[in-house]
Design a protein around this ligand. Structure first.
Ligand code: ADP
Ligand code: MG
Length: 480
């Protein structure tokens, strides 16, 4: 009998993130995705003899940004090393990477976790260049090589072996993707390979402290696949152990067509890459001022904003999670709440009508920016009962989006302001009561629940202009 409860899974992740720089890590070739094959390959990318690489300062800056956001220690004395191996899509015969001095050391990332928040410890984040792409699916007999990607800057983020479920791995990568996008250091598009993940998985008996033999599943290119691959591996490793087998250290690949993994190679000894400092690249020193400058320019991070909004704006966990999904939305909320005190209402508007409008009109928050003063007025109109929410979020919102203008003017011109003039209200109420003599009789016999129906009718004939509270009061008066 297999008893999965006996075991604990141990997972360590390596995430490669392509830095969103315009040019490559050591030359001026463009990094644009989807360009015609082999069009961004200068002699430096090709590793021709006599060429000299030059380090891209923006890539270093981006790596530091990410490191600071994760609370890493930033290494001040850095050098690049050559990691030697043969790959058909790496013409130089070595990859330029960092060896003993990763630019960011330690650090951590918080994940939501079920049920509690958890902290995932990072081992390091280092800089390295990407390889090109071997393309196997164009021809049955030949492999095609596109070297455009060779030399693109990557950071590799390596966690400690401190993740214990596929679900937590999923949450971790989700958080990393949000963070790199938030910081603007990587576009996070997994379909385009901008973010790729290797998952190291082992199992051990619960309570053991020694790590078991691990397998490494390479190049997972979607967050769902990361989860599926880890789930599959945990089960497979438990099966092997329970049936008396021995786990061997392996490198495996995920087959998305049936959610399984298969072995690519056994990894008996550690590879010997013969690292040595790249003689063509001078070591680089980072000053305290330089690092402090980057730190000062960091945007407010999701964790900080969530805490802030929960305590000072009394927003719910759900609201803050949603508002921190992407930075444009969070920034929009910040700008709006700098001009209003209806904090909760502004959050509701964003998560409701505004998101719907953006999706429908395929527009973005940057286009909404000039509307903020009008949205401030619109919220006031609703909160002071001059407009009801459905009219405000429907006709008025649409009107002022089509043509930026004051919602007060728009509502007045279109006769949409809620009425609290007792004459007009009285007329609507009388009209509804006159139209429904049967219901009035029932109400008077004690069916008090009918009040809702009358209020609804008044709302209808007033086209949403009747203030619901006043309507209820008036109806109760007239019916008593
Ligand atoms: P390598 O250089 O061979 O890739 P590292 O020691 O750098 O190996 O580890 C790579 C990743 O594997 C790290 O995320 C680490 O936490 C994880 N890892 C190492 N040993 C284990 C293990 N026994 N079980 C699960 N994960 C592991
Ligand atoms: Mg590895």
């Amino acid at each position: 009998m297999v008893d999965p409860e006996k075991y604990e899974a141990v997972i360590g992740l390596e995430i490669h993130a392509q830095l969103a720089t315009k040019s490559k890590l050591f030359c001026g070739d463009a990094t644009t995705f989807g360009a015609a094959p082999n069009t961004h390959i200068s002699p430096i990318t090709m590793g021709h003899p006599g060429t000299l690489p030059k380090t891209n300062a923006t890539a270093i800056q981006y790596a530091i940004k990410l490191g600071l956001a994760c609370g890493c220690r930033i290494e001040k004395d850095n050098y690049f090393a050559r990691k030697n191996y043969f790959y058909p899509d790496l013409p130089k015969g070595y990859q330029i990477s960092q060896h003993t001095t990763p630019i960011c050391v330690g650090g951590e990332i918080h994940i939501k976790g079920s049920p509690n928040e958890k902290t995932i410890q990072l081992n390091r984040i280092h800089l390295e260049e990407d390889a090109g792409k071997s393309i196997h699916d164009i021809s049955d007999t030949d492999t095609f090589i596109d070297l455009n990607r060779a030399g693109t800057p990557l950071v590799e983020m390596v966690t400690e072996p401190c993740i214990h479920s596929a679900e937590d791995a999923f949450l971790f990568v989700t958080e990393v993707r949000r963070l790199v996008r938030w910081l603007g250091v990587c576009d996070g598009n997994m379909e385009e390979g901008s973010l790729r993940c290797d998952a190291n998985v082992s199992i051990r008996l619960k309570g053991d402290t020694k790590l078991g033999t691990r397998v490494e599943v390479k190049n997972l290119n979607s967050i769902r696949n990361i989860k599926k691959a880890i789930e599959f591996e945990i089960e497979r490793l438990i099966q092997i152990t329970e049936t008396g087998g021995t786990i061997i250290q392996q490198t495996r690949s995920f087959d998305a067509s049936n959610d399984t993994t298969f072995s690519i190679r056994d990894k008996e000894d550690a590879n010997d890459y013969r690292y040595f400092p790249d003689p063509d690249l001078a070591p680089f020193h980072l000053t305290d001022e330089y690092i402090k400058g980057i730190e000062a320019a960091l945007p407010a991070l999701p964790a900080y904003l969530k805490k802030q909004w929960k305590t000072t704006f009394a927003l719910s966990d759900y609201d803050v999670e949603q508002l921190c999904e992407n930075k444009e939305e969070a920034d929009f909320y910040i700008d709006w709440t700098n001009k209003t005190t209806h904090y909760k209402a502004a959050a509701n508007w964003i998560l409701g009508p505004i998101r719907a409008y953006l999706a429908e009109s395929a527009s973005s928050y940057s286009q909404l920016h000039e509307h903020i003063p009008y949205l401030v007025q619109l919220l006031d109109l609703v909160e002071t009962n001059q407009l009801n929410f459905s009219v405000a979020s429907g006709k008025v919102f649409k009107g002022i989006m089509e043509q930026p203008q004051s919602p007060i003017d728009f509502a007045k011109n279109n006769n949409l302001l809620q009425s609290n003039s007792s004459d007009e209200m009285g007329e609507w109420v009388d009209q509804v009561l006159a139209q429904n003599p049967d219901k009035v009789a029932e109400y008077k016999k004690g069916k008090k629940g009918l009040i809702g129906l009358f209020v609804g009718e008044v709302k209808k004939i007033s086209k949403g202009k009747a203030d619901p509270k006043m309507t209820t009061q008036l109806l109760e008066q007239k019916l008593s």
